[in-house]
Design a protein around this ligand. Structure first.
Ligand code: G3H
Ligand code: 13P
Ligand code: ZN
Length: 330
């Protein structure tokens, strides 16, 4: 057993309590490789933002569990060398079983998500409770999910979103003992969050999505005062990246995400964790496509992964400073 405390990580309890009180959200950035992790650490150290390093089961398989543990430890060390004493959590994203959560906790994760949102209500409570009982013995925090987001949640695929029913949240939180709750208010995973027929098109032909269900969020907040709420599927799908990808040979038609003003509004409420994966993927891919196009003779990976990392740093600093409000809160 390797405790996250030995790696210099923290769980999410204190960072969430401060974020809920302060009206901002902690960024939860997904990563799979070194460049992404370096970018997260540099962006958050430079903006003095607390951060959640977020790993899906797929990312864990890709990076290797042992490698991950040392990467997280290295990330903490690197942030200190940058002169920033920021709180850093390592979180399992969309854990789909008790065993996976236990294995992550035994290997240095400070927080886990048990995503049993596809199960029946009582089964979701029971599985979440089982994970909570194990996790809390090790001072690890647990995120659960109620309601379902459309799109791909690792190996779990939902065709359409099923909004969280606010009348369920008190019973769920009380029954499961979870530390934070992901809710479904209209976001979804990936770069195609809405179908074109759900959107309007502006004069430039860019899709404008329908508004999130802030009424559901407000009702959940009313029923769970001060309780940390999590927003998944919260990438904005930044249009400049999509256009750059398409300009340099990509094919991403009608990609659409959550506008920044809606994320700002969510962050100011009880939403204290905002999950961002797709925007990072888009930033990297746009930069790599351009770098390879501009220098077709290059074959040193640093020549395209370096610009990709720089773009990620820019993106994450912008999110922390101008969207989530987490800058300066470490
Ligand atoms: O919610 C899903 C995350 O974007 C992780 O995606 O399973 O492809 O690593 P992944
Ligand atoms: P995006 O696909 O919108 O970045 O959402 C990521 C996410 O929710 C990870 O759990
Ligand atoms: Zn998610």
């Amino acid at each position: 057993m390797v405790s996250y405390k030995e790696l210099g990580l923290v769980n999410t309890r204190e960072m969430f309590a401060k974020a809920v009180k302060g009206g901002y959200a902690i960024p939860a950035y997904n990563f799979n490789n070194m460049e992404q992790l370096q970018a997260i650490i540099l962006a958050c150290a430079q903006t003095k933002s607390p951060v959640i390093l977020q790993c899906s089961a797929g990312a864990r398989k890709y990076a290797n569990q042992t490698m991950l543990r040392y990467m997280a430890q290295g990330a903490v060390q690197m942030s200190r060398e940058e002169g920033a004493n920021i709180p850093i959590a390592l979180h399992l994203d969309h854990g789909d079983s008790y065993d996976l959560c236990v294995s992550c906790i035994e290997n240095g994760f400070s927080s886990v998500m048990i995503d049993a949102s596809h199960l029946k209500f009582e089964e979701n409570i029971a599985l979440t409770k089982k994970v909570v009982e194990y996790a809390h013995k090790h001072d690890v925090t647990v995120e659960a999910e109620l309601g379902r987001l459309a799109g791909i949640e690792d190996d779990v695929v939902a065709a359409k979103s099923i909004y969280t029913q606010p009348e369920d949240v008190e019973k769920f939180v009380k029954g499961s003992g979870c530390d934070s709750l992901a809710i479904s208010i209209g976001t979804s995973h990936g770069a195609y969050k809405f179908k074109p027929e759900q959107c309007k098109r502006n004069a430039q032909g860019v899709l404008e999505p329908p508004e999130l269900r802030f009424d559901i969020l407000a009702e959940c907040e009313r029923r769970l005062p001060g309780f940390p709420i999590v927003l998944h599927g919260a990438s904005s799908v930044i249009i400049e990246y999509v256009q750059q990808i398409n300009q340099y040979g990509g094919k991403m038609k009608d990609a659409v995400g959550i506008p920044e003003d809606q994320l700002r509004r969510a962050a100011a409420s009880a939403v204290c964790k905002i999950n961002i994966d797709s925007d990072g993927r888009l930033a990297m891919t746009a930069a790599i496509r351009k770098a390879l196009h501009d220098a077709p003779g290059e074959f040193d990976p640093r020549k395209y992964l370096g610009p990709a990392r720089d773009e990620l740093i820019k993106l994450m600093k912008h999110k922390n400073e101008a969207v989530l409000g987490s800058a300066g809160k470490a």
